[in-house]
Design a protein around this ligand. Structure first.
Ligand SMILES: N[C@@H](CCC(=O)N[C@@H](CS)C(=O)NCC(=O)O)C(=O)O
Length: 214
């Protein structure tokens, strides 16, 4: 298998953590896609993933799979023993519900703010910029506030249960963790009153797969 990604970037890290959790790191070759040079917006890469984002998994039969949720489902089920995406229909549904919330209310909101309302990855990306990219434009503020709302929501969730989708670590935890990492890079700090979220983050930081992703 091959993974097209950019080391250290938030979404690629989600899959590198999954690979470490599943003990699959040695089955994958990594191919670097140079995001700041907009390599992912060139025709060659768009043929692999029309949405122009990383990571992308290439299976040994040549199939390309993009989207972290889809990639995680594939990797988690490879050995017939899913540990990150739920085992029962009920658990699967809850993991996917929280995964979607982690994306729409946190990591994607941060990504929109970062790319469109700050200098982002630079001019080569040709990302549309809201009129004032210093963070005062309404669209950017809404996205940043949405991410802050997401942090408050997950703080509430984590004040009642140990992990984002319940009692067990799942891909939704990985997504919230990556969302907080991205938020830090985009200068959106966790509100200090979110003590349950801050404590949960320290716990996730200490996992081997997060300390040493693939
Ligand atoms: N929904 C996608 C998001 C992937 C994504 O946004 N990746 C970032 C890297 S952290 C990217 O490729 N950004 C480039 C761009 O948006 O132009 C997924 O789950 O894989």
């Amino acid at each position: 298998m091959k993974i097209f990604d950019m080391p250290g970037f938030p979404n690629p890290l989600r899959i590198r953590i999954v690979l470490a959790e599943k003990g699959l790191a040695n089955q994958v070759d990594f191919i670097k896609v140079d995001l700041p040079s907009a390599e992912h917006k060139q025709q060659r890469f768009l043929e692999i993933n029309p949405t122009g984002t990383v990571p992308v998994l290439q299976l040994n039969d040549g199939t390309y799979i993009s989207e972290c949720t889809a990639i995680t489902e594939y990797l988690d089920n490879l050995n017939g023993d899913p540990t990150l995406t739920g085992k029962t229909p009920r658990d699967k549904a809850i993991v996917h519900m929280m995964q979607k919330r982690a994306e729409s209310e946190l990591i994607d909101a941060v990504g929109i703010y970062f790319h469109h309302s700050t200098p982002g990855l630079g001019p080569a990306m040709q990302a549309f910029k809201s009129p004032d990219w210093e963070g005062r434009d309404e669209w950017g503020i809404r996205q940043r506030d949405r991410a802050l709302g997401g942090m408050r929501y997950f703080n509430q969730v984590l004040s009642q249960q140990p992990f984002v989708a319940g009692e067990i670590f799942s891909m939704a935890d990985i997504t919230v963790w990556a969302g907080l990492l991205f938020a830090g890079l985009a200068n959106i700090p966790i509100p200090h009153e979110c003590t349950a979220l801050i404590a949960w983050r320290a716990k996730i930081d200490a996992r081997n797969s997060v300390k040493q992703p693939a």
